[in-house]
Ligand binder design. Sequence first.
Ligand SMILES: Cc1cc2nc3c(=O)[nH]c(=O)nc-3n(C[C@H](O)[C@H](O)[C@H](O)COP(=O)(O)OP(=O)(O)OC[C@H]3O[C@@H](n4cnc5c(N)ncnc54)[C@H](O)[C@@H]3O)c2cc1C
Length: 470
Amino acid sequence: MTTPTTSLHAEIATLLGEGAVVPPGAAMARFIDEPRRRFHTAAQAVALPSSVEQVQALVRWAAAKRIPLIPQGGNTGLVGGQVPLSGQEVIVSLERLNRIRSIDAATGHMTAEAGVILEKAHEAAEAEGAIFPLWIASQGSARIGGVLASNAGGVQVLAYGNARELCLGVEAVTADGRLYAGLNTLRKDNTGYDLKDLLIGSEGTLAILTAATLKLFPRPAAYETAVVNVAGPEQALALFYRMKAAAGARLTAFELMPRFGIDMLLRHGMMSSDATASMSPWYVLLEFSYGEADRQGVLAEALEPAFEAGLTDDAVLAGSLAQRQQLWAMREQMSEVQSREGASIKHDVCVDIADVPQLIAEGMEAAERAVPGIRPCPFGHLGDGNIHFNFSQPIGADPKAFMAGADAVHDAVYEVVLRLGGSVSAEHGIGQLKTKVLEEVKDPVALDMMRAIKQALDPHRILNPGKVLA
Ligand SMILES: Cc1cc2nc3c(=O)[nH]c(=O)nc-3n(C[C@H](O)[C@H](O)[C@H](O)COP(=O)(O)OP(=O)(O)OC[C@H]3O[C@@H](n4cnc5c(N)ncnc54)[C@H](O)[C@@H]3O)c2cc1C
């Protein structure tokens, strides 16, 4: 890469206008400081296009000069896909493409530009009496383009599916600067390969998303939320089967939490008082959502036989909106609180739902063998088979020494995951964090097909090179 930095900035400014380019330095920090604090390379520049045409112009310029581009939304990704790898890249922030182009709650879709913040999309849907049911703890910063490019999941995948299932069509700029105008509102469209599904989850390596048509659903008339004591993941799974049988599609969340996580929240002042019913080694947060014509009160009724069967001995049911929020806050802060407890080693894994108890039991044993005294904090989306299998450092351990041994813990956990036929990345993606493990564990034929697709759509490796595929 021979382009001098100063002329590079001038060229971007010519394309996008003054004030649309950020050089290395303090102003670049918010684009390169990522949540995991693992990657620290600066970009050559951040470019801030404010129209689809400007994105196209930028891509054409970068393609001609072979300058790598990193599409970026809210910079909340957890695998380093949105930040530089080589330092030669220009980050393309989509934050100025932030219009909601149209919304039709009755038909059930909204077209939002890539830079719309997820929470703003929620608010726009709710103003029309609808919901866009993709809830993640980073929704105040994550943007629609990033959410789709990483095929985000969250706490209601159980009922509504992940980002891919919540999208009807996308508009995207290809690696040669052309526009793929795929903003479908069609519920059925079997006209060849599904390019929408290909671009969703491609982590900025195949095209730059500029807008998407998202599915909307009627806003539930009421929620019932409970945190239920369970002895362990086995009992949690049995409870899940019962709740699903009782509530069907009205069961919209089923999240596992260990007592260790609750203790940390109390210890670090992130929860002023214990919101659980009583002491228990594990808890499940579950929620039923009701339409206007539904009979409510089903959650309490459904729990009765679970008590009788000995699956639980105590539970707290939210009696108000404030209490519902308090119960959800426990779950939502479970990841963040670990950073207050010292260093932590994290995994975002998925197995068949029926195998979650085995995953947790064997994963905890294997990690303890690798690092005696390690403190497991597995939590998350039991209803999807997706566990955030995290571990805090042993009490008194040196954080740096603990992290230096992370590979042994990864190997221990992934061995169990792979033996159970699971995935090493359930909802966070590959980015630059997991390219090596992907090479090791992904089916070689699948890897060849992925490389062929990348070669076909981005032959000059302009789009996020080194991410997903090393
Ligand atoms: C506290 C916290 C909680 C989280 N909880 C969850 C969770 O429950 N479930 C979950 O799935 N994730 C979760 N995440 C991860 C992350 O927030 C999501 O993956 C989110 O969808 C990323 O959106 P973003 O706009 O920040 O994307 P970014 O971080 O900016 O980018 C993510 C990836 O998408 C690419 N990209 C961004 N915009 C575009 C575009 N317009 N076109 C093409 N590619 C693009 C980037 O190159 C990168 O590879 C969480 C993160 C945090 C910090």
